[in-house]
Design a protein around this ligand. Structure first.
Ligand SMILES: [Zn+2]
Length: 242
C-alpha cells in the first residue's frame, strides 16, 4: 500500500484505538466471505490451504479482515535494505532479484519496505488528512493492518516515474516484476480488478515475499490473490467502521 512521508512527529494516541478484536475479525472474515470466494475460484488446487496466524510465517496473511493479533508486532530479524528495513530472508531474495533485473537492463528502485506500527499510524493519518477516511482506506492500511509491518513487503519504484501509481505497470520495472518476481519468491499482492478480494486497488508496485516454494505453488495453483490461495475468503473492507 502507499507510503508518503509525513512529519516525523511521534504517533498520536488517537489512532491506536482503531484496532478491533483480531479474533472477532478473523472469525467474520472466514464466515462471511468464504462462499463468494469459492464461487469465483472453483478450479483452485490449494497445496496447503492452511490459515497461518503467526506473523513471522511466510504464509502469514494480513489484510483488512486479518490484522496483527499483537497490533504493534515487530519482526526480530530486520536488516538494512536500500535505506529501509526488511526481514533478512526477504532482503536477500530481493537483492538477488534486483541484481537479476539489472542484468536485464532494468532498474528496480525501492520506495518502501518494512513499516512499523508507529510509522503506519503516521502514513494512514497523512492520507486521512489529505483525502478523508473513506479514500484513505483505499490507499493505505490502518495501523496494525498493513502487510508492510510483516517485514516481507516492498513497494518498488522506477527511474521512469509512475511511483505508487497504476502506470507503474507499464514501466520496464513493473513489467519485469510482473513476469519474474515469483521466481525470486515475490508475488504481486494487489492485482488489477481484485479489490473485492484484497481490499485494495491495483498496486503494480507492491510485492510480498513468500519464498520461492510458496510463490511457485501460488503460480501453479491459478489463484489470483493470496487470499484465495490461503483459503480465507475475501477481505474487501474493515469489519468495523473505524
Ligand atoms: Zn505497499
Amino acid at each position: 500500500s502507499s507510503w508518503r512521508p509525513s512529519s516525523r512527529a511521534s504517533p498520536t494516541a488517537a489512532a491506536s484505538s482503531a484496532a478491533p478484536s483480531p479474533v472477532a475479525s478473523a472469525t467474520s472474515a472466514s464466515g462471511s466471505a468464504s462462499a463468494s470466494a469459492s464461487a469465483s475460484s472453483s478450479p483452485l488446487a490449494l497445496a496447503q490451504p492452511s490459515v497461518e496466524s503467526q506473523p513471522d510465517s511466510l504464509r502469514c496473511l494480513v489484510n483488512k479482515m486479518r490484522p496483527f493479533a499483537q497490533q504493534d508486532w515487530e519482526p526480530s530479524d530486520l536488516v538494512e535494505f536500500y535505506g529501509h528495513q526488511l526481514r533478512a530472508e526477504a532482503a536477500k531474495a530481493a537483492d538477488t532479484m534486483i541484481d537479476a533485473a539489472a542484468t536485464d537492463g532494468v532498474t528496480l528502485l525501492v520506495s518502501s519496505a518494512y513499516r512499523s506500527y508507529a510509522v503506519q499510524q503516521q502514513t494512514y493519518q497523512y492520507w486521512v488528512s489529505v483525502n478523508g477516511q473513506k479514500v484513505a482506506d483505499q490507499l493505505s492500511a490502518r495501523p496494525g493492518y498493513s502487510e508492510h509491518q510483516t517485514g516481507l513487503a516492498i513497494d518498488f519504484a522506477s527511474p521512469e516515474g509512475c511511483r505508487l501509481e497504476e502506470c507503474y505497470r507499464d514501466t520496464l520495472a513493473g513489467q519485469w516484476l510482473a513476469k519474474n518476481a515469483p521466481r525470486y519468491g515475490y508475488i504481486l499482492r494487489f492485482p488489477d480488478g481484485r479489490q473485492s478480494v484484497t481490499g485494495y486497488r491495483f498496486e503494480p508496485w507492491h510485492y510480498r515475499y513468500v519464498g520461492v516454494q510458496i510463490a511457485q505453488e501460488y503460480v501453479s495453483s491459478g489463484a489470483k490473490t493470496f487470499e484465495e490461495f490461503i483459503g480465507t475468503g475475501a477481505a474487501p473492507d474493515y469489519a468495523s467502521a473505524s
